[in-house]
Design a protein around this ligand. Sequence first.
Ligand code: FES
Length: 161
Amino acid sequence: MIGDQPEPGTRFPDSRPESEQPPWRLDFPIDVPQDNYIARRDSVKFLVLTSFAFVVGQIWIAAKSLVRGRGAPPSQRIATVDEIPLGGAIGFNYPGPTDPCLLLRTADGTLLAYGQKCTHLSCAVVPELEHDRLHCPCHVGSFDVATGRPLAGPPDAPCPW
Ligand code: FES
């Protein structure tokens, strides 16, 4: 487009002359031959760049999982036994600050640790030691306290240790 005028050779999609075009089309003219050329080239650019971004993303994810998978995370002091009441629990984050976990002390004194994210859709599970289970309030799922095995509701994978 040159100024307010369409470029010479511009064809309108309905093939009518410029004088018969509606005002909106003159405000937003589409140079059909240029549009086809640019659209094809832009599409190829978009596809190449998008594919490149996906490849870079996959490489990033693979590298990150390789680095994360090396070795066990370091041990971390959570609490002393006396700080956890019998039949009680405390929350902590491990191995990272965004990984909520629970340290449980059952009525017989057994210490158990679980990740607090439900294996269904990652809601926080709540200990219900009086019922020997971890309860997920989101979809009424529950896990066995002793084994982490799913007992009820939609979760089908055990609660992670
Ligand atoms: S998120 Fe826990 S049961 Fe759905």
